[in-house]
Design a protein around this ligand. Structure first.
Ligand code: ACO
Length: 345
């Protein structure tokens, strides 16, 4: 029987207008453009303005994705939002996004750090494969800057805010999600976490005084984990799809640190040309990182109809998630209202 796969038919992104450069950060903490560029590859990142909320950013990206797919919000059967920086602790962001879009479908949120959007895509694939839903919005959005300690130079230089979204719909033509791998190693949770503000260590004067409501990270441990997972997950998902690494037209790695990607490319004996990079402009946008890179790769003509794309994310958990995607064949090339080329069927 032909397998029903989740194929990407629409895409959109939203990036806040405010830019924080390495020099801006050097005026705030003891760092420099040279250090950040050499150790991470990041030159600048965007951070939310006072008008941006997790919901508003997700909605902007989603409206573009709906437009490219030729759908209206009421056509949606499901909304999945990958996010770890909600507007409110309760309810989760997906409900606010559903209401703001004017959709009437079910909506839920996946919190799996930077791996969240690939987890969400794999979840959408299940609903498509079983025939339960046809039109699914999959969003990755983060205002990670709210959880950054701008006195801690080891974390505040790495992250930025963004949103990106895709529409997936069923395909019987061998296009869409060909394979995926999801993973978790909770034994390493403490390497990247926010120690205060939850039920174990609720918000208190002590939590605020000790800055425990901000992200704490053991950068070197996360770095080693990231290189290992980028390498093994990419091998696993291509094998699962019946492909080799050479069959991939483009690889979209989580945009955390250029050195992590370079180390993985070396282990895999792959040219860096095969990897899409936009982290110099945005830093690590957590759950928005992979979809933002995917959208920009499409917009920049780095992904063509019929191409096979490998994506791997890693992050807090520690978690990882990868997927192989075959892009749809073209029927038309139309421009959307904001200039996005539509290159899918
Ligand atoms: N500017 C200047 N110096 C710095 C800075 C900075 N911003 N940050 C750290 N340093 C110093 C350190 O204090 C240390 O100084 P010392 O030798 O005097 O003690 C020195 O630089 C080297 O520090 P390292 O931690 O060894 O630097 P490293 O090369 O490992 O780079 C980094 C640090 C960039 C954090 C790296 O470890 C990394 O990228 N790790 C992965 C992080 C990551 O990807 N996290 C996100 C995961 S995704 C998610 O779900 C959120």
């Amino acid at each position: 029987m032909t397998k029903r796969r989740a194929r990407i038919t629409g895409w959109g992104k939203y990036v806040p207008a405010k830019v924080l450069t390495n020099d801006d950060l050097a005026a705030m903490v003891d760092t420099s453009d040279e250090w950040i560029t050499a150790r991470t590859g990041i030159k600048e990142r965007h951070v939310r303005t006072e008008n941006d909320t997790t919901t508003s950013m997700a909605v902007q990206a989603s409206l573009d994705a709906l437009h490219v797919a030729g759908l209206n919000p009421e056509d949606l059967h499901l909304i999945i939002v990958a996010n770890s920086s909600p507007d409110y602790l309760l309810p989760a962001p997906a409900n606010f996004v559903q209401h703001a879009l004017g959709a009437s479908c079910p909506a839920f949120t996946i919190a799996a750090g930077c791996s969240g959007w690939v987890y969400a895509l794999a979840t959408a694939q299940q609903f498509i494969a079983t025939g339960v839903y046809q039109n699914i919005l999959v969003v990755g959005v983060e205002i990670i800057s709210y959880a950054l300690d701008y006195t801690d130079r080891t974390t505040c230089i790495l992250f930025g805010d963004a949103a990106a979204a895709v529409i997936v719909q069923p395909s019987l033509d061998g296009e869409g999600v060909l394979a995926f791998e999801l993973g978790s190693d909770g034994s390493q949770a403490h390497h990247l976490w926010v120690p205060g503000g939850g039920t174990v260590n609720p918000v208190s004067q002590k939590v605020v005084d000790q800055r425990e409501h901000y992200i704490r990270m053991n950068g070197q441990e996360v770095f080693k984990f990231a290189v290992r997972k980028l390498t093994t997950c990419l091998r696993n998902i291509t094998a699962q799809a019946g492909l080799t690494l050479d069959d991939l037209d483009l690889i979209i790695p989580h945009q955390a640190n250029l050195r992590i990607i370079e180390a993985a490319a070396k282990h895999l004996d792959l040219s860096m040309d095969k990897f899409f990079i936009n982290l110099h402009k945005y830093g690590n946008t957590s759950a928005a990182s992979i979809p933002l890179a995917l959208v920009e790769a499409i917009e920049e003509g780095r992904i063509h109809p019929g191409d096979t794309v490998g994506m791997v994310a890693f992050g807090s958990g520690l978690s990882w998630a990868g997927a192989v995607l075959k892009m749809g064949m073209p029927v038309a090339s139309v421009l959307t209202h904001n200039g996005h080329a539509r290159a899918n069927a």
